[in-house]
Design a protein around this ligand. Structure first.
Ligand code: PMP
Length: 395
């Protein structure tokens, strides 16, 4: 039983969490995009990625229902075999049009998009330079490839410059990998500076816009749009599972070669394609995202309201409001108590314990949705005030 012996330590760590075990928190029923029933009680959902509140978008729900009736429950196969329907191809064209790029490829999840794009791009002798705080899927994608992996300091173009400089001529075979808006701390990559550095060394740049699609940029095209680097960035990857409220991922590029990724990407080939209903919901949600800039405005208004409320309590939520708001707590016990306390007050947030929190320590990740009401934001602030007082911490 030696293979199973390691689970004794896993079980011990899990038991140490006591009641505060996010992995065992069940949303028993949903009342809306921002209200669920947890432990039998109405609970404000302030730890999702439902930035635009799109999970109950009426057109997306209707499109999904129609697709279920017309095309069935699943494709039963890979994109390369029987799993490419006209709707998958149409969504790829719509994504390419959204970014103004020649092509885009759809994957089954955002995780698969990162693994798929990185494994298509990175071969033996190539190098990949990854921001140290990048998402696990980007690390996993790099590990899947024979390329040499180097990390550089989070959001530090000078650190990237130094690393690329050390590669010499090999920098021309290097891929720089960053996120647009980081999903745990809510900070943005300094993309204009990073793009300038990679151009100087002749490298390529891939930006994961999982948390910025529909959230940042005049048209919702992410930090690449806001930073004015759409024609410098080489590859944009993203997910449908956050602002679009569905499932799936994509890679879009100004390089037409992206259309050849399917022939060189095991995470594209060896998994079933998204179901017809998922694709129909995603296409409808993308149409809503493009037609309803008011959702992004509402999201930022809510982010400002929460930021202001928490700042007034003396909670350190950083200088700039963001739809992702981390509350840092140095003591693991304080974080556990705060997470439990908030749930008891009817507010669900995300818990990051060492070593998961970037920069060390523990944190509560709060996230805002366009669908939160003013009342809900005020309830979140009131719950934080009560819980922080109870645990004797102000930040
Ligand atoms: N990239 C980033 C930055 C993410 O935060 C996530 C999900 N948390 C993913 C990729 C993976 O996306 P998905 O959940 O759709 O597989």
């Amino acid at each position: 039983m030696s293979l199973l012996a390691k689970f004794a330590a896993v079980d011990e760590a899990r038991r140490a969490l006591g009641e505060a075990d996010p992995a065992r928190t069940v949303i028993e029923r949903l009342e809306s995009a921002t209200l669920g029933i947890i432990n039998g009680a109405p609970t404000i959902l302030a730890g999702t990625n439902n930035y635009l509140g799109m999970t109950f978008d009426e057109e997306a729900v209707e499109a999904g229902r129609d697709a279920l009736t017309e095309a069935g429950t699943g494709t039963t196969g890979s994109r390369m075999a029987n799993g490419t329907y006209a709707a998958h191809v149409a969504l790829e064209a719509e994504l390419a049009d959204f970014y103004g790029y020649p092509a885009a490829v759809v994957f089954s999840t955002g995780y698969a998009a990162n693994l798929g794009a990185l494994s298509a791009l990175l071969g033996t002798g190539d190098a990949v330079l990854l921001d140290a705080d990048a998402h696990a899927s980007l690390f996993d994608g790099c590990r899947l490839c024979p390329a040499d992996l180097y990390t550089f300091r989070h959001n530090d173009p000078a650190s990237l410059d130094k690393r690329l400089g050390r590669l010499g001529d090999r920098a021309r075979n290097a891929l720089v990998v960053v996120e647009g808006l980081y999903g745990v701390l809510g900070d943005r990559a300094p993309l204009a500076d990073i793009a300038a550095v990679k151009d100087r060394h002749g490298a390529c740049l891939l930006v994961d816009e999982a948390h910025s699609l529909g959230v940042v940029g005049a048209e919702g095209r992410g930090v690449v749009e806001e930073a004015g680097v759409m024609d410098q960035v080489d590859f944009v990857v993203g997910t449908f599972s956050k602002s679009l409220g569905t499932m799936g991922g994509f890679c879009a590029s100004r390089h037409a070669e992206v259309a050849l990724f399917p022939y060189a990407s095991r995470p594209y080939m060896f998994t079933a394609s998204p179901s017809p209903a998922t694709i129909a919901c995603t296409r409808a949600a993308l149409r809503t995202l493009r037609a309803r800039p008011d959702l992004k405005q509402r999201l930022w208004r809510n982010a400002n309201r929460l930021h202001q409320g928490l700042s007034q309590l003396g909670v350190d939520v950083g200088e700039a409001p963001s739809p992702v708001m981390p509350v840092r707590l140095q003591q693991r016990e304080a974080a556990l108590a705060a997470w439990n306390g908030l749930l008891a007050e009817g507010v669900y947030v995300n818990l990051f314990l060492p070593p998961a929190a970037p920069g060390g320590g523990s944190l509560l990740r709060m996230s805002v949705s366009a669908a939160h009401t003013d009342d809900q934001i005020d309830c979140i602030v009131a719950a934080v005030a009560k819980v922080m007082k109870a645990i004797g911490a102000s930040g």
